[in-house]
Design a binder for this molecule. Structure first.
Ligand code: SF4
Length: 252
């Protein structure tokens, strides 16, 4: 089980995401994890971002293939994948990467920094965020951040507090453009949808209200106090259902 008292300890964005989804799930030591396919695509995009910043991209397709192969090799060792699984991930991830570049092309967005793991302090708790790359569009100074989410629905991603924290952290780095009031930051969150497709949710700094940050502060303060309780009713399919709602305790 997790010790929910966080003061003085750095927590990862995934731990915070889990606590925000269900404090009891976090207390049980569970985490909302990335699928292997998403880990491979994320790692490949991060490698390509680094290569682009260093000016070492040569031929787009060959670069993508080389980075993808490196990522698949890394995760196939970590996850002990067998040959047919490796082949399947290579083919599926190549298709997902093509979808990715149809949505977010390096000729429209110029990579400037990343991947980064900056720390933001909320209340007494430092939270380590995970941002795969920072980009500028050719049109204006808005920062475009890329991030990957283990969630598979737009609704969950739009309500994920780590998305808001990333926008909050990046906003002070861009000056306000008073004539247009254009967004300082746009975060592009990629995920795998339930139909095995790559999905995409954007969140701009203009969409976020101060009350959203207050809500995040409340969640962190609850976490620091060690509060944890099941969601009632709980509609998630979760392996802890029997622990949260033993016979006699109603899930409603
Ligand atoms: S069963 Fe529901 S309430 Fe219990 S830990 Fe899982 S998600 Fe949380």
């Amino acid at each position: 089980m997790n010790n929910s008292f966080t003061s003085g300890k750095i927590i990862t964005e995934n731990e915070f995401r889990t606590y925000a989804k269900c404090s009891e799930l976090y207390n049980f030591g569970s985490k909302i994890n990335f699928s292997i396919g998403l880990k491979i695509v994320k790692d490949t995009i991060e490698q390509l971002t680094l290569r682009s910043i260093r000016g070492s991209l040569r031929a787009p397709l060959l670069d993508i293939q080389a980075c993808l192969l490196k990522s698949v090799t890394k995760y196939s060792q970590e996850e002990s994948l067998i040959e047919p699984q490796i082949e399947r991930y290579l083919n599926a991830c190549m298709l997902w990467l093509q979808d990715f570049f149809n949505l977010f092309n390096f000729s429209t967005y110029i990579p400037v920094f990343g991947p980064i793991a900056p720390i933001i302090r909320i209340s007494k708790t430092p939270i380590r965020l995970d941002i795969s790359g920072l980009y500028r569009s050719k049109k204006n100074q808005t920062i475009h951040g890329i991030s990957f989410s283990p969630y598979s629905s737009r609704h969950s991603i739009s309500n994920d507090p780590t998305t808001l924290l990333k926008v909050k952290l990046l906003s002070p780095f861009v000056a306000e453009h008073f004539p247009t009031r254009r967004a300082k930051v746009v975060l592009h969150n990629f995920f795998y949808g339930k139909n095995n497709n790559i999905g995409y949710v954007t969140t701009s700094s203009n969409q976020i209200k101060d009350s959203s940050y207050l809500m995040i502060e409340n969640i962190v303060q609850n976490m620091e106090k060690g509060h944890h309780y099941p969601i009632v009713p709980c509609l998630y399919s979760c392996k802890f259902k029997k622990s949260c709602f033993p016979t006699g305790l109603k899930n409603e």
